[in-house]
Design a protein around this ligand. Structure first.
Ligand code: ATP
Length: 435
């Protein structure tokens, strides 16, 4: 049975089962930072790898890059981030609490409850500032990148000069981004350190509309692969007065997260804004010569921008289930098989029978070879407990080795969602048994 998932359900399961912990937890934490445990890391990797496979490996119009996180400060001056990457900040004159003005009702302080304690909002720049090298002066200022996009734009010319791609083509990057959010909240949804998966797709200025529509289709297909139900996703056309001044069209993809309908990813038509900024600030030409013609132009850009943490939260929210098995409440994650951190859990029926353990080890080794990193050895507690644990981490298949295995080479394989069990030959195990 599907239930209305609460944020606490996800947070508690993520911690209890080793997906996500508070950053620096032993020292009382560091607000807005999160650490991934073994299962969270594997889930995150599965999402990121699926994205990379879909948008880079399986296409021939895409080029991957991995740019440095620290970049010359001129990047952030030219892009407008130094001047305008800000959120409106208000401070309560009574309790000194600081809040993002556009996210609260500013007539009443959410912390101390006093009325009318806020002054005019100040613009707070969200970039983390640092100095590169031993000299602490204006010229050594740098920032932890607040988006991966600029690492793509600054490599546009390098990709053109080394690969001569046909237009349209895209450059993709995954990696960390940092924003000093005024109020990090809703678990990993709004973090100060997070990961992005971005593409800058370079198109002929006359062809941006068809490329934009194609991206809508491609994004839809990818969200399907993440197992997100269509009725939880809303495409919100951002009205002109809310769009960045350079954007001629933006769609925010909202997802029904436990806390609210909120932005999962964005798709924006950024015109030639970024390349022209770089051209003007660096004095280097960003022009592209259209092959087989004399036409030169600065391409326009369509940008699909995904946040990994928000994708992961949407995946967990969509997969979270509760039902009843043998009169007891059961929690399970109905994760798509290709995303589940563990695909197979392998158990000997009894762990004090060496002949069963030995056979189970053999099966474990075989499955691990075919599914590296995605097979778990699980022999603690009784079988019922093992199933509960594996259900909670979303393992689609539990494989049990018992005395009959020793006789005829068959094992029991149990499917997570239906709890249906089948006896199969060891050699048949990697096939699609339940669908
Ligand atoms: P919001 O309005 O929620 O602050 P944004 O519009 O500033 O987000 P973008 O600048 O468009 O976000 O960033 C692209 C994507 O990066 C977002 O759609 C989101 O998935 C992710 N992202 C942005 N900020 C955060 C954050 N603080 N924590 C986690 N993911 C984030």
């Amino acid at each position: 049975m599907e239930k209305q998932v609460k944020l606490e359900d996800i947070v508690s399961l993520a911690k209890r089962r080793g997906f996500i912990f508070q950053g620096s937890e032993v020292y009382g934490g560091l607000s807005g930072t999160w650490d991934y445990g073994p299962l969270g890391l594997q889930l995150k990797k599965n999402i990121m790898n699926l994205w990379w496979k879909t948008f880079v490996d399986e296409r021939d119009d895409m080029y991957g890059v991995d740019a440095a996180i620290l970049m010359n400060q001129k990047v952030w001056q030219a892009s407008g981030h130094v001047d305008t990457f800000t959120d409106p900040l208000v401070e309560c004159s009574n309790c000194k609490g600081r809040f993002r003005a556009d996210k609260i009702d500013t007539s009443k302080c959410p912390t101390c409850g006093k009325e009318g304690t806020f002054g005019e909002p100040k613009q707070f720049n969200m970039m983390f500032k640092t100095n590169v090298g031993p000299v602490d002066d204006e010229s050594s200022i740098s920032y932890l990148r607040p988006e991966t996009a600029q690492g793509i734009f600054t490599n546009y010319k390098n990709v053109i000069d080394t690969f001569y791609p046909d237009l349209p083509f895209g450059i993709a990057q995954q990696g960390k981004a940092f924003r000093n959010e005024i109020s990090p909240r809703d678990f990993v949804f709004r973090s100060r350190e997070f990961e992005q998966m971005e593409v800058e797709y370079f198109v002929h200025p006359d062809k941006w509309e068809e490329a934009f529509e194609q991206w809508r289709k491609d994004i839809g297909a990818f969200l399907d692969q993440l197992g997100l139900p269509k009725d939880k996703i809303t495409e919100v056309e951002v009205p002109e007065n809310d769009r960045a001044h350079y954007s001629k069209r933006t769609i925010d993809y909202e997802f029904a997260f436990p806390h609210d309908n909120d932005e999962l990813l964005g798709l924006a038509y950024r015109t030639d804004f970024d390349l022209m900024n770089i051209q003007n600030a660096s004095g280097k030409s960003m022009e592209y010569r259209v092959k087989g013609t004399d036409e030169t132009l600065v391409p326009h850009v369509i940008e699909p921008s995904f946040g990994v943490e928000r994708a992961l939260m949407a995946v967990l929210t969509s997969a979270y289930r509760e039902d009843e098995q043998n009169g007891e409440k059961r929690i399970f994650l109905a994760l798509p098989e290709h995303l589940a951190p563990v695909k197979y859990a392998v158990s000997p029926l009894l762990k004090n029978k060496p002949e069963l353990v030995e056979k189970a080890r053999e099966v474990y080794a075989k499955l691990s070879k075919d599914n590296p990193g995605r097979v778990m050895w699980d022999d603690s507690g009784n079988i019922g407990k093992r199933y509960r644990r594996q259900d909670e981490i979303g393992t689609p298949y539990c494989v049990v080795i018992d005395f009959q295995t020793l006789e005829d080479g068959t094992v029991t394989i149990r499917e997570r969602d239906t709890t249906e069990q089948k006896r199969v030959e060891i050699s048949e195990m990697d096939e699609r048994l339940f669908n």
